[in-house]
Design a protein around this ligand. Sequence first.
Ligand SMILES: [Fe+2]
Length: 167
Amino acid sequence: MERDIWLNKPYGEVIDYIMKNYHKYISNQLKDLSKLTTTIMRVHGLDHEELFEVHRLFHTIQINMVQHAIRQETRIFPVIKRYSIRPIEELLDKAIKEIKDYQGKEDNTVELLNKLEAITNNYTAPQDGCVTYDRTYELLKELHENIISHLEFEDEILFKRLLEEKK
Ligand SMILES: [Fe+2]
């Protein structure tokens, strides 16, 4: 499994990878998709009422993911990086406390993605759509896959490893 190579990498490198592959992607894609889901709702909402729900689900996911990234970047990652440079018990405890706080506040993003997938018929744009409709659904599918892989990577590679250090 490709992820296995990450299990022995320094925490700083794991965090840089998350930032580059997931958080940066999220901040770029969310802005584009916000405009796109608004456009197709305006143009095709009359014939496809589900586009109002697509718009609502997407924007709730956007809020969740923006908060997710900011919480991790301001509260969790800096402590883990400090611990990685100076591996003392106090910093490990602090990192674990932040991780547990975060996990306790876990939002409903995965549930919302599943609803989005169902309502869009697995991100299949209708025949009477348009190029923008097709593109929006393609990007929503990509976003769905990226978020799932993002959350799994953080849980399995980063957080689990730190939590296990304490055992
Ligand atoms: Fe993240």
